[in-house]
Write a protein of this length. Structure first.
Length: 125
């Protein structure tokens, strides 16, 4: 369903959205952050993609578990963009793909890869 004037009104009333698109996500950001236009949202300096440099500089490794069939947060519009940018900044960004899985269920049946990632990139003192 595309975001329409009606769904935007519902979104304002309920703080949730029936839409499953990047447009819907933009609408949520506009409402929560008070942006009047898509351009204001795009220009906002504190979006996750615009702050990745700070994380990379601090040598923080990122792990993302994604469903390859996610239509709520499509991999190619989100994780893939962040991964490419973060690696270009010199950061460690690993992705575990769950083939054929949508937005839910989150996580993995076997958490071993997540535990191993944390152990690998956690400094022991």
């Amino acid at each position: 369903m595309a975001c329409t004037k009606t769904s935007r009104t519902l979104l304002r009333r309920s703080n949730s959205c029936c839409c499953r698109s990047s447009e819907a996500a933009g609408t949520v950001l506009e409402l929560w952050y008070g942006f009047d236009t898509d351009q204001q949202a795009a220009d906002y300096p504190q979006t996750p993609l615009k702050t990745l440099g700070l994380l990379a500089k601090s040598k923080i490794a990122i792990l993302s578990v994604v469903g390859d069939s996610d239509d709520v947060v499509p991999v190619e519009e989100n994780t893939a963009v962040a991964e490419k940018l973060y690696k270009a900044l010199g950061g460690v960004f690993e992705v575990i793909h769950k083939p054929g899985v949508g937005h839910h269920p989150h996580g993995l049946d076997d958490p071993t890869p997540v535990v191993e990632f944390i152990e690998k990139y956690t400094v022991q003192k």
